[in-house]
Design a binder for this molecule. Sequence first.
Ligand code: SF4
Length: 407
Amino acid sequence: MKKVELLAPAGDLERLKTAIRYGADAVYIGGKKFSLRSRASNFDIPDIEAGVEFAKEYGAHVHVTVNMIPHEEDLDGLREYLLELERIGVTAIIVASLSIMNLAKEVAPKLEVHVSTQHSSTNSSVIKFYESLGMNRVVLARECTLEDIKATMEQANLPVEAFIHGGMCVSYSGRCTLSNNMTDRDANRGGCAQSCRWKYRLFKDDQPLHDEEKLFSMSSKDLCAIEYVPALIDAGVSSFKIEGRMKSQYYLATIVRTYRMLIDEYYAKGEVSPARIAFYRDELSKAENRRTANGFYAGHPKMQDHLYGINGSGVSQEFIAYVLDYDEATKIAKLEVRNNFAKGIQAEAFGPDTKNTNFIVDMLYNEDGEIVEVARNPMDILYTKIDIKIKKHDMIRKIIDKREKIY
Ligand code: SF4
């Protein structure tokens, strides 16, 4: 059986490398033009080329979102852009417009064309239609239930991709103009301001429906499909997509590594026990900063799957350092500081090939050999001794016992 692909987002080249090092089989990125989230993208052509070269070293692939809904003025330069992507060895483009699908097939036939989730594909009939157009993959709507997917896969011939983790819309994904109306930022041309998550006053007949203290928001909880991974593999889904091109390097490393371990365990053993699912949930919670739910997999979301009136977010302070190097002989780790921490704290190292390794930061010094009591400045270079072997590119997080449980 061909193993399901783990497809991760990346907002820049550094995050692309992290996602691949931590276990992604493929990464999707957006260029500076023709992409949703273009405001968040740092990929120009040389960066995409560098990303493709890096991915090749790991046998991984790069997909590029060309998923804007183009107006007449947006078509300028599109043909040349597609030719460039094909030339530099991008595997696939993710497309939301029939005009771009058509053009890509005409001018850049080596590029796979994946039909974006913005097309709200929810059944086998629409997948057959895209197959007839020569498309190579369909990204299912996030609004599909597991039963929808099973029924679809019995009939579908094209590979399909399903979201397993990340943000959700309260509207049908890609069919929302709330941001356009509220901010004049076009959600379908890269500008969604997430207006659904703002706080609103509700009125009926000029009377407020709630007191001033409790403002109302329409935010969906983020998707976490960890319990559905085995069933989605059994159903025949070809690719698991993680949402979040604006997420941090630490978030990506944690989420990708966790799903990598879960997928590999399922293929190796044919099952994942409830205790292991609980372990993976706990791993995810070390990076999550929003509450999560099952999305549509169990059926239509209920009250408890939304966040009404609460924001539900908070910045995780757990990521404290990136491992730039590790000397196995002296056991000295060279760290790049990310968030402040003090000598004496309990910490945990983890990495692509490093199991969670707990240790106490009992010594800390800088490049001049001076003792440091508190690492205060992000990007400072510091050194510490870690007796258990870790590796370059591992990460260090602070253990917080009383971390709020978000599941
Ligand atoms: S405003 Fe909210 S529902 Fe609309 S596209 Fe943006 S995130 Fe989705």
